[in-house]
Ligand binder design. Structure first.
Ligand SMILES: Nc1ncnc2c1ncn2[C@@H]1O[C@H](COP(=O)(O)OP(=O)(O)OP(=O)(O)O)[C@@H](O)[C@H]1O
Length: 292
């Protein structure tokens, strides 16, 4: 039977095509091509310094790639060439949102305020960018109501509705990470890029994060692209895994295929600690035999 064509080939939201990013003499990303499927959770993995964050920075417009193209296509068919757009248009028009490795909430503002600030674009547009608009017009009132409803929806989704009026900085770390994701989701992105969302989480928080991300995939029209070091998260929730090493793609496929790929195993990725031990033991046996 013919191999099924994977969803990311038939219906990609993002196509990264031959992207290279150089910093002086250093090639951080080297001729990288991959696709992220619409409605999928796609994981970008690889050892430290592999170029994952640089790829995110190219997608979100923080860097302009030295070479290559980044095509995004909305569900309604509208195309965007991300490498030609400034970062504010990538978030506002192409509807790409991201979270960062380190938490970037407004810690002195309440949870609700954090979620409302995220939506300032539609609110300002509804105001006609004027004080009069802000003060009275129906359009602004409507947009404001919608923003509050959306903030409440996401506070519920992340289980923090009861804490809406507390400062964000008072939340435990895992809850702050969920709030960041909620803040990004309030912008109603077509593509959400998450940079190491499970970093620093305990197993319970990591389980809550998995549920939140699977819920987004199930209930929202948002595709997810994540950088993650925690293999249990990657293997449990991803539909598709792309592996980078030294800026070059070394594997690309479904999680089970990637975890069994010898190149990935060789890079000690895609395997859990137990399996790393097994590989190490096997290598020890080979070395001992060679020495005898
Ligand atoms: N602005 C920059 N200027 C110079 N070099 C950079 C810059 N940004 C990244 N690099 C280099 O590019 C390479 C890839 O870095 P990047 O942060 O993308 O890797 P990563 O896979 O995200 O790593 P980590 O898992 O540690 O976050 C590294 O060698 C890094 O030092």
């Amino acid at each position: 039977m013919a191999e099924m064509i994977p969803s990311w080939e038939t219906n990609p939201i993002l196509s990264v095509e031959h992207v290279t990013m150089r910093f002086g003499g250093l090639v951080a990303v080297n001729d990288l091509s991959f696709k992220a499927g619409r409605g999928d959770i796609t994981a970008l993995i690889g050892p430290n310094g592999a170029g994952k964050t640089t790829v995110f920075n190219c997608i979100t417009g923080f860097y302009k790639p030295t070479q290559g193209m980044l095509h995004l296509r909305h569900a309604d068919g509208k195309p965007f060439l991300l490498e030609r757009m400034p970062d504010f248009k990538i978030s506002a028009k192409a509807k790409v949102a991201r979270t960062f490795q380190n938490i970037r909430l407004f810690s002195g503002m309440t949870l609700l305020e954090n979620l409302l600030v995220a939506q300032h674009n539609p609110l300002m547009i509804a105001s006609g960018m004027t004080v009069l608009g802000v003060l009275g017009f129906a359009g602004y009132k409507k947009a404001e109501k919608h923003s509050i409803e959306r903030a409440e929806y996401w506070l519920n989704k992340i289980g923090l509705y009861d804490r809406a009026d507390d400062p964000a900085g008072d939340l435990p770390y895992g809850a702050q990470r969920r709030l960041e994701i909620a803040r990004a989701m309030c912008t109603e992105p077509e593509l959400l890029c998450l940079d190491e969302p499970a970093a620093g989480l305990n197993p319970r928080e990591s389980g809550e994060l998995n549920e939140l991300l699977l819920g987004i995939r199930r209930d929202e029209n948002t595709s997810l692209l994540l950088i993650e070091h925690d293999m249990s998260v990657v293997m449990e929730i991803s539909d598709h895994v792309v592996v980078l090493e030294y800026g070059t793609k070394i594997s690309d496929g479904k999680p089970e295929a990637v975890r069994n790929d010898p190149r990935v195993i060789a890079a000690y990725l895609g395997v859990d600690d137990e399996e790393v031990e097994q590989v190490e033991q096997a290598l020890d046996v080979v070395t001992e035999e060679a020495q005898q």
